[in-house]
Write a protein that binds this ligand. Sequence first.
Ligand code: D5M
Ligand code: FE
Ligand code: ZN
Length: 536
Amino acid sequence: MPRPSHVRVVRRLTSNGYNADREAVTVLANAADPLAAVDAAIDGVDDEALTITKSDAETAVSRARAATSTSHGSTDSSGGTVDRPEAGRSTSASGNGGQNTTGSDGTKIVEQSMQAGRSPTETKGVTAERTGTADRAPIDIAKDITGESTGTGTYEDFVTVFRDRYDRLARQLRSRVNHRPTDALEKMAGGSEAGIVGMVNDIRSTASGHWLVELEDTNGTFPVLVMKDRAIADDVQALLHDEVIGVEGTLSDDGGILFVDSIHFPDVPRTYRPSTADRPVEAALISDVHVGSQEFMAEEWSAFADWLHTPDAERVEYLLIAGDMVEGVGVYPDQDEELDIVDIFDQYERFAEYLKEVPGDMDIVMIPGNHDAVRLAEPQPGFDEELRDIMGVHDARITGNPSVVTIEGVSVLMYHGVSIDELVAELPDELATYEDPQNAMAQLLRKRHLAPPFGGHMRISPEASDYLVIDDVPDIFHTGHVHKLGVGQYHNVRLVNSGCWQAQTEFQKSVNIVPDTATAPIVDLQTLEVTVRKFT
Ligand code: D5M
Ligand code: FE
Ligand code: ZN
């Protein structure tokens, strides 16, 4: 009889409404007849109990063994925690006989064949043992809109949020740009050297191919001209509406326009040194699970969850999910034709079931995406109480999109990533493509704003302050949404765009998008190095 994986044990438990401690799962999975042991464990606990403990499991295993004492016995363990033939943890490079390749940026990619991925757990009865959760630093969450939304969409709200964006980004530029307010520039003599810190209002090319950019500050607007043959003309290619930049140059003779010599972005200092964890600990960064879609890859998901139970994953203590938990309903035209589960609550119920496959001793943090059942306008609040109840598996932390999540002293800026669509549409290929979403992410860091252009694909809720400004440089920037894997670095900030758990949809087929599916980038929080686990 093939030994069921840990995942099947967990499924049996959860389908009966129980959680289990990690050690309990191990004990049950190593029993002669694991499913019978699960049933015995369930029978053996109080009606009020929600969690099966290790001792519940051990009691159940010995009872189940007594009941079936005539069979099995030779290869199975005594029912306690089994020996660990390979004490310690193999390095990520040697994972499960997986095939290793190296991506751009030196990222390691490990192909976990689904069978191979399961074998260590099943054949050797070994399971991961994470450092006790007691060793973990508490997770800190900042910049979360949940419960703080005040925006009502009035004109005044938009004025307020734009002013806040300007003030906070201008503050980052002021020390570097010798600037004057736009109305003071108007009074300066022609030919003077001058600078402006302003929001990009308009970008157009002149008849002779130069670039005319209109900048706006709190006092008014001022036109600046970038000559086409200057090296800085390249920077104009990177400009997006509504971002805040600084420029320096010389006023024209009549003083009516500024000829630009240099363009400054708020940016991340090149010398930025990220914080790292002071113990060996890793985080899995994923997104776009899309449960409820016909294309949701259930087997690959279970292989991932299974792998998390193996010794190879014992340092993976955190799971961050950057939105699109479920497929949702009515997100795109004709989406219903590809739905496997048509009710949104049923989708979240099913998602919760899949989340239960993940080891219970991992810390989980999740933010919503554009397919989730929260308002579409960003910043998006975390799920409401009803959905929190449904998704309250493993005490997952639910927070808004975006949020700054600090784990083990490492700050992770989590953002679903809808603005990446906008950057890919607006910027030249050198700066943003779907193939390399990390490049678009770098542009967002350079602009220190998660979604600069107002309008377009973006829906933005005008709040009292602009939650999409990147005030503090994160150590890790985690996005999803475009269903493409992207790993990179920008001025020492680790960039990760996680792929998805949804096979190619009809829409994606029609526009030739080939998603990166069933990939889990794992970040070592001590080094910020990434190993991508691919569950094929
Ligand atoms: O988005 C996945 C990616 O695919 C993202 O780049 C948007 C794009 N996408 C997917 N479906 C559509 C439709 N129907 N129209 C326009 N763009 C689309 P996700 O948020 O996971 O659907
Ligand atoms: Fe998605
Ligand atoms: Zn999305």
